[in-house]
Write a new protein. Sequence first.
Length: 205
Amino acid sequence: MGFRFRPVDGSFFELFSQSAQHLVRGADLLAEMLADGADRDDVARRMRDAEHAADETTHAIVRQVNSTFITPFDREDIYALASGLDDVMDEMDEAVDLILLYEVKVLPPELSQQVEVLQRCAELTADAMPRLRTMKDLSEFWIEINRLENAGDKNHRRTLASLFSGTYKTLEVLKLKDIVEALERAVDAFETVANRVEQIAVKES
C-alpha cells in the first residue's frame, strides 16, 4: 500500500482561515445592511473594504501555491477552494451593493432569514478551515452546510412567492429579485466550498 508524505506548510491553513474570517465579516455586514435605520452608504463602504481584503487573501493563496514546491494537498484543490471562498464574498458584496444602488426602501422579512443562514454558514466555514491541517472532524461541517443550503432553498422559494404575491409593485419586484438571487447564489457558493472540502478530505485520507 502506498502513501504520500507532505510537509505541513502552516501558511496555507492560516490563509484559508483568514479567508473564512472575511466571510464572517461579510455576512455580519450583510445583516447590518438589512437592519432598520442602517447607514447603508457606510455599510456598503465597509463591505467594499472587506471584499478587497478577501481578494488580497485569495491572491496571497495563489502566490503561495505558485512559490511552493510541495503543497499540503493538490494544487488544483487549493486553487478551487480559494476561488470558492472568494465567490461567496463576491455574492454577498453584490447583494449589499444592489440594496444601496437600487435604493430599496422596504425589504421582505424573508431576507433576514436567508442572511441568518449565511451567517451560520460563515461561522461553520471559519470553524472548519483550521481543521484542514489534520483533515479530522470535518464531516459534520459539510453535512451541516448541506442542511443549511436546503433551508436556504426553502427560504428562497418562500421569498419569491412573497415577491409575486401582488404586495409589491412591478419595479420593486424586479429590484428585489436581483437581491434575492444574489443571496441564493451566496448560499450555493458556501455549499460548493463544503463540497470541495469533502473532496479534499476524501483524497487525503
